[in-house]
Ligand binder design. Structure first.
Ligand code: PLP
Length: 395
């Protein structure tokens, strides 16, 4: 085999979103782009906010000498200070630039954190349904993913199940709030309880266990809800995030990690993270984007637009008989599959030119994911097809 056996195996098992994307291309060629309803990918259809375009123009017109050179592997001081300021406000205590590393997106940040903390064979708990890349990222650094279901009716943390899954080999728990794929936000009380469990188990096993909070959707929340700041509730915590979703810049690969200044051994962790950012080959986050996002820490795309899409989609699908947890944020729905086999349901949806990802792609057979970061007009146009699909599926 010309490539590693493991990678070949991963490719064949993990490619739901890619498979759906290819199927979408095929259907678009036959039926025309407007007739195919593609809800597979979390690629925001909105443009970055006006402030981004203004800063971009300003920088292009007034280039700073040396602005395309390497900088410290952690990123520009100016950018890390801007990030730290906003984090400190949310945490309610001091967070400094020295607690922040700018990264190539949240994906880059997750890899940097996992490389920094994992010894071979150590376990990382992931919560089902999960963002499928977690498993590959954990494998990248010799770790072992341990899957723990969230509550199957609410998708909230199942604290007893998490506690039971923590062993002497557990190094981290990855949480994601607002969640991809379910859209739920974990409330402060759950995070506080999780922090208590992690501290207790850490003492019992005499090891540091990290809660890695993956929060690229943190600014995309609805109904006046907010994502609680993890630093307030969990001492041994690290935030990984990006501006892929809140500033609609996924292709620009700009994000950061930030360690809780109150966590044990934080200086050593940060040294490790800066080193890992370098030797993973990221070297540093894109320079131009660092300059821009330094000015945009309080900006975001229009969340109202996403909320309107969520309302339209949730209300319509619920009226058709689909069962789902109304998401608090992000831009995904994760309804129950009306057919026992979610892959069969997704195939049935294709017949109605609706493209979805089966729950199996998130470790959660029996559900399906709908990404609604698409044009609202497409959602509206798709509703008759959804109605026909609901009927075909026996709703
Ligand atoms: N984590 C979650 C939960 C995501 O949904 C995504 C992207 O969709 C990422 C991480 C990766 O984000 P980025 O594009 O910033 O690397």
């Amino acid at each position: 085999m010309p490539i590693a056996t493991k990678i070949a195996g991963f490719i064949s098992k993990s490619s739901w979103i890619r498979k759906m994307f290819e199927e979408g291309e095929r259907l678009r060629q036959i039926h025309g782009a407007d007739s195919v309803f593609d809800f597979t990918i979390g690629n925001p259809d909105v443009e970055p906010p006006r402030e981004f375009q203004e800063e971009f123009r300003r920088l292009a017109e007034n280039p700073i000498p040396g602005m395309h050179r390497y900088m410290s592997n952690a990123g520009y001081q100016e950018t890390r200070t801007a990030v730290a300021e906003v984090l400190a406000e949310a945490a309610g205590f001091a967070v400094g630039a020295e607690h922040v590393v700018m990264t190539c997106g949240a994906g880059g940040a997750l890899n940097v954190v996992l490389k920094t903390i994992l010894n071979p064979g150590e376990e990382v708990i992931i919560l089902t349904p999960y963002f499928v890349e977690y498993k590959f990222y954990i494998d990248n650094h010799g770790g072992v993913p341990v899957e723990v279901w969230t509550d199957r009716t609410t998708f909230q943390l199942d604290l007893a199940a998490i506690e039971a899954a923590i062993t002497r080999k557990t190094r981290a728990i990855i949480i994601c709030s607002p969640n991809n794929p379910t859209g739920v936000i974990y409330p402060a009380e759950s995070l506080e309880a999780l922090g208590g469990i992690v501290a207790k188990k850490g003492r019992e096993f005499d090891r540091q266990i990290y809660v890695v909070s993956d929060e690229p959707y943190a600014r995309i929340s609805y109904d006046g809800k907010h994502v609680p700041n993890i630093f307030r509730h969990i001492e041994s915590s690290v935030i990984v995030t990006s501006h892929s979703k809140d500033l609609a810049l996924p292709g620009e690969r700009i994000g950061y990690l930030a360690a809780n200044p109150r966590s044990r051994n934080v200086t050593q962790f940060m040294e490790g993270a800066v080193f890992s950012n370098r030797v993973l080959g990221f070297v540093n986050a894109p320079a131009l984007m660092q300059r821009l996002v330094a000015k945009l820490q309080r900006a975001s795309v229009d969340i109202g637009e996403y909320e309107a899409k969520r309302n339209l989609f949730c209300d319509s699908l619920t009226a058709m008989g689909f069962e789902l947890v109304r998401p608090d944020g992000a831009f995904y729905l994760f309804p129950k599959s009306p057919l026992a086999d979610d892959v069969e349901f997704v195939k049935l949806a294709q017949k109605h030119l609706i493209l979805l990802v089966p729950g199996a792609g998130f470790g959660a057979p029996g559900y399906f994911r709908v990404a609604y970061c698409v044009d609202k007009a497409m959602i509206e146009r798709s509703l008759p097809a959804w109605r026909a699909l609901a009927q075909d599926a026996g709703l």
